[in-house]
Design a protein around this ligand. Structure first.
Ligand SMILES: C[S@@+](CC[C@H](N)C(=O)[O-])C[C@H]1O[C@@H](n2cnc3c(N)ncnc32)[C@H](O)[C@@H]1O
Length: 499
């Protein structure tokens, strides 16, 4: 008699998926766990899925149907529960923010002068910064700080209003963008002359544009040639500030002209066909926009701007010298900025090797690509930031990862702890630099890690409180989808602290 094979396979598959609980497991992991062929497991999963027993969540992970909604897991602590705890402990309700768009796309799509020069997925909107400056009556002559300045949204918005600004960013590309976007005393005629002088009739002599692996697949061959000609022609520009302007224009057209896209992480785009001369047209358009924007800001009151390339965890500000700080730190377990912006940094010769890229990553606020050695050193330290909510969250992450084989990083709980420790150090420096009663506005998103919810907005508010800040409000600006679990709604909030 032939023993029917499928039901037994089904049983073993279902058992493996059950063990993964709400974390989910991939076809490959299941196949490895039960020593079966991946194709057979895939067929079996399709079968189970058509009968409603299993479902696929984001990133190729499968879970039992009963865990489709993570809230059904009895151990799950939901956003609503945290909100109640927050009211109980801090006497504060989470409210809504109604004052307009918060994401960077507004700067780009609305063609905001200067802000539009360099597209930056992780930035926030200039109108949010304007609203904060207005809400807290910040006027010309006062000073605003952004310790995670990114592409300089805060600095440009402040400068436009005659307000002075200080911005810090660790990544040289970001501080370069911020600095170039806030140097406005250039002569428009000189820019035009320099642009006309760019020699695009030459052959490229630069052989490989960057040290990056796969650089040949980043661009179509003819597009690459055009980009190399532009890069080469910029090298002859004599005025260093105009040269920087052109370098910024080149950096900001690279991804558009490549076979890649950011969504938000850098990856290959499927159907993209860039014309060979597109770099010349997009570069010219960019320089044209820049010239127009210089004319727009000419004759307006300008605040002075100081952009520092450095690590905000260790940069100290003159005590009680800053009127307001407005910022958005990297998000917990968020994007790897170094991988995402490596093309621009390599093309602008800001980094020469993968070692340079890793060194930068090691000093960044911890993200889930941080090196294991850094996390090992961190976990051995005893003087790190502690908070009972955070302890509970990291213990949960730890035990959930232990219960499931094949999780990406087994030290994830320490990555999360380090994230908050890093931000704690930045906040301490901001506190010292702020004037009495000065505000600190923070845009932050929450996260779901290993099936554990992290209310980063509330925890950052608590970080602030532990330093001496008063928590003034936590306002939800928009909701987002979790990449890992599309059914779970995450949020982006504004936390307002005052000294
Ligand atoms: C969310 S982005 C800020 C975007 C910015 N609000 C804008 O509109 O362009 C966070 C920034 O923090 C920077 N960063 C991460 N770790 C840092 C550190 N230790 N010191 C300074 N900057 C850091 C990253 O390079 C990134 O540009």
């Amino acid at each position: 008699m032939v023993v029917p094979r499928l039901p037994r396979l089904e049983q073993r598959v279902v058992e493996t998926v059950r063990n993964a609980l709400t974390l989910g497991t991939t076809l490959k992991q299941i196949a490895a766990a039960i020593d079966e062929d991946v194709e057979k497991v895939a067929d079996c999963m399709q079968n189970l899925s058509s009968r409603g027993k299993v479902v696929r969540m984001g990133r190729g992970l499968w879970i039992l149907k009963q865990y489709e909604r993570i809230e059904n897991d009895p151990e799950f602590i939901s956003p609503a529960e945290y909100a109640n705890r927050f009211i109980a402990v801090h006497g504060l309700h989470i409210s809504d923010y109604h004052s307009g768009p918060i994401t960077f796309s507004e700067n780009h799509h609305m063609e905001k002068p200067i802000q539009r020069w360099a597209p930056y997925v992780q930035g926030f909107s200039a109108s949010f910064v304007d609203e904060m400056l207005q809400r807290f009556s910040i006027s010309p002559g006062q000073t605003v700080l952004d310790p995670f300045a990114g592409s300089g949204t805060v600095l440009v918005a402040a400068k436009m209003k005659g307000i002075d600004a200080i911005g810090v960013d660790l990544v040289p590309l970001m501080s370069f963008m911020a600095r170039t976007k806030t140097e406005w005393d250039l002569n428009v005629e000189e820019i035009r002359t320099a642009f006309r002088g760019l020699n695009w009739a030459q052959n490229p002599t630069i052989q490989s544009p960057t040290f990056l692996r796969m650089w040949e697949s980043h661009f179509n061959k003819d597009v690459l040639r055009s980009l190399l000609i532009i890069k080469q022609s910029i090298q002859d520009v004599e005025n260093p500030r105009i040269k920087n302007l052109f370098r910024l224009a080149l950096a900001s057209i690279l991804v558009d002209n490549s076979n890649l896209k950011r969504s938000p992480c850098l990856g290959y785009a499927k159907e993209k066909n860039v014309a060979a001369d597109a770099p010349f047209t997009t570069f010219s358009k960019k320089v044209d926009d820049m010239i127009q924007d210089f004319m727009y800001v000419k004759g307006r009151a300008h605040g002075s701007v100081n952009v520092i390339t450095g690590d905000s965890r260790s940069i100290r500000y003159e005590p009680e010298s800053i009127d307001i700080a407005i910022t958005s730190p990297p998000y917990v377990n968020g994007l790897d900025y170094i991988i995402n912006y490596k093309i621009e940094m390599a093309w602008l010769d800001m980094v020469d090797s993968y070692d340079d890229l890793s060194k930068l990553k090691d000093d960044m606020v911890a993200c889930d690509n941080i090196s294991r050695a850094i996390i090992r050193d961190f976990s051995e330290r005893e003087d790190t930031y502690r908070d009972e909510w955070l302890d509970d969250i990291t213990n949960r992450i730890c035990s959930r990862i232990e219960s499931k084989a094949g999780y990406r990083r087994r030290d994830m709980h320490n990555v999360v702890r380090k994230y908050f420790d890093d931000v704690y150090h930045v906040f301490r420096n901001v506190y010292e630099g702020l004037k009495k009663e000065g505000r600190f506005a923070i845009v932050i998103g929450d996260s779901l890690i290993a099936g554990v919810y992290i209310p980063a907005d509330l925890i950052l508010a608590r970080v602030g409180k532990s330093i001496g800040f008063k928590i003034e409000s936590v306002e939800v600006a928009r909701s987002r989808r979790s990449g890992q679990r599309r059914s779970f709604k995450l949020r982006e909030s504004i936390v307002i602290l005052s000294k």
